[in-house]
Design a protein around this ligand. Sequence first.
Ligand code: ATP
Ligand code: MG
Length: 871
Amino acid sequence: MKSQDIRSKFLSFFKEKKHSIVPSAPMVLKDDPTLMFVNSGMAPFKEYFLGNAQSKNSRISDSQKCLRVSGKHNDLEEVGYDTYHHTLFEMLGNWSFGDYFKKEAIAWAWELLTEVYGIDKEILYVTVFEGSDDTDNLPMDTEAYDIWKQYIAEDRILKGDKKDNFWEMGEQGPCGPCSEIHVDIRSAEEKAKIPGKDLVNQDHPHVVEIWNLVFMQYNRKANGSLEDLPDKHIDTGMGFERLCMVLQGVQSNYDTDVFIPLIREIETIAKMKYGKVEDVDVAIRVIADHVRAVAFSIADGQLPSNTGAGYVIRRILRRAIRYGFTFLDKKEAFIYRLVDVLSKKMGTAFPELKAQKQLIENVIKEEEQSFLRTLDQGLVLLNRIVEETKGDTVSGEKVFELYDTYGFPIDLTALILSEKELKLDEKGFDAELQKQKNRSRAASEMSTDDWTILFDDAEEEFIGYDTLEANVKLTRYRKVVSKKDGEMYQLVFNITPFYPEGGGQVGDKGYLEDAHGDVIYILNTKKENNVIIHFAKNLPKHIEETFKVVVDSKQRYRTECNHTATHLLHQALREVLGTHVEQKGSAVHSKYLRFDFSHFSKLTVEELRDVENFVNARIAGKLPLIEKRNIPKEEAIADGAMSLFGEKYGDTVRAIRFGQSIELCGGTHVKNTADIWHFKIVSEGAVASGIRRIEAITNDAVKDFYFENNRAYFEMKDLLNNTKEPVKALQSLQEENTSLKKQIELLLKDKAKNIKGELKSELQDVNGIQFLAKKIDLDAGGIKDVAFELGSQFDNLFLLFGAEQNGKALLSCYISKELVASKELNAGQVVRELGKYIQGGGGGQPFFATAGGKNPNGINDALEKAKDYIE
Ligand code: ATP
Ligand code: MG
């Protein structure tokens, strides 16, 4: 059975069982600080399980893109080495939100596997939770056991402990006992040797878990204790690629039609065969797996970057590049070439791959090229480290620097050193790594208390579209302590006018005042899932009273100008550059706005002017805000709204319209475009291949901008003696400057020639060496010229020159190559050692080296010491 059919059979089976079929949610999470990526099918529905939101349908089924590369579920290091763990995989799932429970979930799973897919019952095992006598003190799941008995022989029902049979999404959140279904796809011969049930959950590649049925009934709180969920739910997850392996009768996920096309393409590009040499096979699996993870992330709007989720994606891609570099000998970019095959294979089930193919290719290619450059540079630096190494062990500290500062991977270093029969001082490296970890842990340490609930008001209403002030009640609060911010309180109200950071727009600031006149400042507002959290340094004194809360209206107004301008800018770019322009990110602050979009070349001055004019025409056009709240996504799209990625099933949207600009947007906006006053682009540049960034300002910031520019202009004019034509005056100054520089150069050359003659006459003979240590008045280039010039006339020369320039000290040492060889002298060593007199350091080659320092007073001391080297 083809993988497409396997997927669609799953969905149609549950459709018949009255499930509503929904598309996969985006893999990158935006509003959830406890989770970076969707790591299981249930993650997008977390709020339904917790009772914070209500699903329209109590039965849902889908195929969800999951990524397990960070946090509680992290399979990254397994990938490539085994044949059934991926970074990105599809999880087929069916859910009941307070509807059916264990009986139906088990019966349907069994029916689907054995009747619809026709899997032989004799290869299946199931597990149930045996209970735990730890602090959670949970009972055995006899209910599930008794249901399974009706379908499968009792010797195939195994009992498992918490590790395998109690499922938790993360450190906190919904959880419950589970029943797993395992398959044994070994040959009859193998089976005769060891019974399958002894291999369940033993990491055997051919006795693997395919489906987990979770009976969701608890919530794990921040303090580690369990509480009952308001309702009981079903959450199941089946690994799609593993199911394909079973149904296609192969022994590895990579031998299914999900991966074969990718592997064939890698074979062609690398001119190597899969299935011959283990190292090569691992590399091919790593690359086939990782390109999927990276491509899907980019399609979801998450580009590789230096922080957060973007950094995780960059690391995955770099892992693939490294394996290609080392084991497939690929020294140029090639992974991007797999995107075509991938989008052909999966573009029907996941249209975002097809739609964004070009961008995905560009971004991956760019990342590859830049990391390969890093590898190249790293190799040069590593060679230098090796050259400087005495003995057979390479300094862990130096290798760590290579890893930390230059991003050169440690495993590659280890491999190269072992090829050169050198040892790496692992203890030293680990010590440095530990130091760095401690530093970053100290910086990010944080403790979060459980919520103190004052009023149980599940839904917190946002009223900030209509008002900036309100009388509110505190419903819950908690204390968070972090190194960065110290002690902070998080406050939640029954209603709030404060806009929480989101959709690129910053969170509101403002204050809270009680009836006694006490004021507490709200420093920021953020959203965690559905809850709007206000950050304050203190807790109000009278927590049970009613407060007045007030949003900082000036900041809000400036932010709104920038947000509305962002929409107009988006429209303008599509109008001026074309409809290939898509939003790739935005940041809307009170002082400026930033907009990232897909486009392949630098904007010309004319294009920038057209874009500015387009936006300013709409500001002058006084377009009113037309807002539609809480409408289904489909309705807004039908109205002509531009659909942005990031919405998941169940989301209603808000459509914002100014003239012909219609966008789905939760942010706040001006009532009329005229409020913006004026729009000005301040910069345009590239952020990644195929992605450009515009920064712009509006309103007061534009006034400041013109004022500052004007002032700079008049100051400049003043400096140019108030000339009528400052540009001309500047041009002639520049010309004058160039010709003066030329003259100085000539004069310096002359001077150097004279100095050379003088210096030659000052050479002393010390132990048969022509020696001179002297302070001279030349720049670094001049000194080098002089030294090399003299050097060409002698083969027994030792020179140390000191010079002072702009308050800094410079030492240059020249030693004839013959002396370097015969007397084991080393100019690099000389300047390094004498560098301490000028409070600096340096290096270079054995015959010529320089050191710079900040203490010119030490030059004479250094010069005096020079003779020691040859005496
Ligand atoms: P395993 O023990 O094999 O890592 P798991 O217990 O972590 O599996 P669950 O969290 O229960 O798995 O996820 C449900 C299903 O998703 C599993 O039964 C399996 O089929 C699939 N699955 C889990 N992790 C991966 C992965 N990294 N790659 C591919 N499929 C996976
Ligand atoms: Mg796992």
